[in-house]
Design a protein around this ligand. Structure first.
Ligand SMILES: C=C(O[C@@H]1C=C(C(=O)O)C=C[C@H]1O)C(=O)O
Length: 225
């Protein structure tokens, strides 16, 4: 991932980007809540793509991944946690943010899923940039752990608990603000929130941040190859 872009990157600019990406993630999740879970969209027998054994969503995600693979440095591109993101999204997150049921809108809900998966994947794989700036800021600090391929030591070195606490609080606050039913009187009804802020916070705590850190560790392990 030593692309030209990383020269101008600092920990601050990388963190600013992660903060902006929170907006994209939360808005894409809110968009998906418009539709029920629509399990039919994930049913290979109902796929709308002819001569293709994938479900509609699988087909769309694979096409997008193929496009991204063309623009990434091979070493960084070898780190890919999309299958885990996929699993978490469909088996854990989607049932939490959607209502049960099937409204037949498979194509539009699949487009929405794709937007969520892309936003999550981009954020989590951004861990490569985060790791690169952390390494550049203090190479000595990381070198011995990299040489001994010590995952636990790397994880400790790159973790900032106070930053993580702020992320969890901020995403819950954003979910509350972005998910409101906006009306012209001053009352706002907490029950009408489009997404539960606690779920967004949990998504970050249990999956987004741990996976970002996993990407950071994987990147650093290969950094001196
Ligand atoms: C991304 C960073 O690395 C780690 C992961 C974080 C995250 O995924 O939000 C936050 C703090 C760090 O523990 C960072 O330091 O900003």
């Amino acid at each position: 991932m030593e692309v030209a872009e990383s020269n101008e990157m600092t920990l601050e600019t990388v963190r600013d980007s992660l903060i902006r990406q929170e907006d994209t993630i939360i808005f894409s999740l809110i968009e998906r809540t418009k539709y029920p879970i629509n399990v039919g969209a994930y049913d290979k027998t109902k796929t709308a793509v002819s001569e293709c054994s994938d479900s509609l969503v699988e087909f769309m995600v694979k096409e997008t991944e193929a496009a991204y693979a063309k623009i990434l440095h091979p070493a960084a591109a070898s780190i890919n946690v999309n299958s885990t993101i996929w699993e978490v999204y469909f088996s854990q997150l989607l049932p939490l943010i959607t209502v049960p049921g099937d409204d037949g809108n498979y194509a539009t809900s699949a487009v929405s899923d794709l937007a969520c998966l892309q936003a999550l994947s981009r954020r989590i794989h951004y861990g490569k940039f985060v790791a690169e700036v952390k390494f550049k800021d203090a190479p000595k600090k990381y070198e011995s752990a990299i040489c001994s391929q010590d995952r636990d030591a790397l994880m400790k070195l790159l973790t900032f608990e106070t930053v993580e606490e702020r992320v969890k609080k901020r995403v819950a606050k954003k979910a509350m603000l972005f998910g409101q039913e906006v009306s012209l009187d001053d009352n706002y009804d907490e029950k009408k929130l489009k997404i539960d802020p606690a779920i967004v916070s949990r998504l970050y705590e249990e999956w987004v941040m741990p996976l970002t850190k996993l990407v950071e560790v994987e990147y650093l392990l290969r950094r001196l190859d």
